[in-house]
Design a protein around this ligand. Sequence first.
Ligand SMILES: Cc1cc2nc3c(=O)[nH]c(=O)nc-3n(C[C@H](O)[C@H](O)[C@H](O)COP(=O)(O)OP(=O)(O)OC[C@H]3O[C@@H](n4cnc5c(N)ncnc54)[C@H](O)[C@@H]3O)c2cc1C
Length: 265
Amino acid sequence: MDDGLNIIVCIKQVPETTEVDIDPETGRLKREGVAAVVNPFDEYAVEEGIRLRERYGGTVKVLTMGPPMAEVALRDAVAMGCDEAWLATDRAFAGADTLATSYTPGLCIKKMAPYDLIICGFKTTDGDTGQVGPELAEHLGIPHICYVNEIHNVSNDHIIVTRMLDDGFETLEAPLPALITVTKEINQPRLATLRGRIQARNAEIRTLKSEDIGGNTSKFGLEGSATRVIKVFTPEPPAGGEVVEGSPEELADRILELLVECKVI
Ligand SMILES: Cc1cc2nc3c(=O)[nH]c(=O)nc-3n(C[C@H](O)[C@H](O)[C@H](O)COP(=O)(O)OP(=O)(O)OC[C@H]3O[C@@H](n4cnc5c(N)ncnc54)[C@H](O)[C@@H]3O)c2cc1C
């Protein structure tokens, strides 16, 4: 780590609102005319990358796969302080499910090497699967740790972090290179400065197309997707239900009865 850490942060551009219509024919999000922003959880990933560079030296490269307009998200990350911006964009990458989405950035990252640490958000606000980070690590054959809320130390060959679980915290060590996904508890993302914004406006965006990254083209985009959206719908709220009335003690007794009846407890 004499030259510092080689960090790659993966970000996704998402619609600014969660109220996005779905095309009933294709099952895809209708993104036309909807303002787009950096996935809010990825801002924590960018911030953590920059903080690690400030602590250990090195470079922070930011990568996204998306349409040409995703360049705007990359410029936002450069405005915060990333050193290099990489955009994977090609018609062949379109329509990807999470398997194909992680395959393509995996090839890009091999092009962007060397890398010690890859940082992702723990999920996006649109697809919301949280699958891309771990799948990316599998494609690269490196260890991953999800839901990281604190990085304690990074040395020449390993990283020590704490991650959040449903019922507590776990401190883990992984050899480098490794991938982590971070939660919003890890930091408070900085706002871009005016100077940063000006630099970002002129920053070079390194574009990667299908022919630049090699790999098996049948694993890209819709063709490489193992899943298909058959139907997208909002579930009907369950009908009926029982309104319980009475004193606090009666309410507690009846609710307990119902929970036992429904085998919830
Ligand atoms: C059959 C099918 C078809 C689809 N077709 C389309 C389509 O045509 N257009 C479309 O926009 N979506 C499409 N999707 C949705 C698409 O699969 C997801 O948006 C994408 O795989 C990312 O998943 P996610 O949003 O759940 O990310 P998550 O797994 O929740 O993301 C976790 C983290 O991974 C990283 N990450 C995620 N996506 C990217 C990215 N693109 N580049 C870099 N880093 C990233 C970020 O750090 C993010 O915080 C389709 C999904 C399916 C199942």
